[in-house]
Write a protein that binds this ligand. Sequence first.
Ligand code: GRF
Length: 211
Amino acid sequence: MLRIGALVSGGGTNLQKIIDSVNSGDIKGEIVSVVSSSPNAYALERAKKNNIETSVLRLRDFGSRREYSEALIKHFRERNVELIVLAGFMIILDPVFADAFPNRIMNIHPALIPSFCGEGFYGLHVHEAALAKGVKVTGATVHFVDGKADNGPIIMQKAVEVMDDDTPESLQKRVMEQAEWIIFPKAISLFAEGRIKVYENKVKILKGDLK
Ligand code: GRF
């Protein structure tokens, strides 16, 4: 059973889908720790309802981003976590964090990387930028985390249509429902089955048993 840790900051709808997939057996793993950067994140309630250990670590309680990142490394190492998922985590960590768990941290980004990603592209800003550019499709990307924002090897992507009358909010909702909530649990499930391999910064998904 894969030991999974999660970092959250907000509502936790992605976390909920991951919890559901663990509970249904689709993900052959166990969420051993959910850490929030904010005490008010509803994601914490979702974890508690499922008897998952929760912790709150706030950036402002540490001397620097580096110290904060080191505390998180220690936290997950103490729990022998094998995969860390960033499920709506709004803090940029020091590169020491990514270096501590190479190809073992997954992030979901609400656009098709390399579009609308990198510094400043978070939350609704991503969808505002997609609408401002007038793209006809957008989507979501699950990728491994390296030292740079939205930069690591791409694991899965799913496209979503943009409608003429979309607002950033309506587009955000469609991207979550039609892409994020599907590909994030799927990518974690593949990882748990040992089917994700990284060659020269590119991901290959190994074929599973034919059913
Ligand atoms: C999602 O849009 C995700 O792509 C982004 O932050 C949002 C988190 O939403 N990284 P939730 O907390 O999972 O509901």
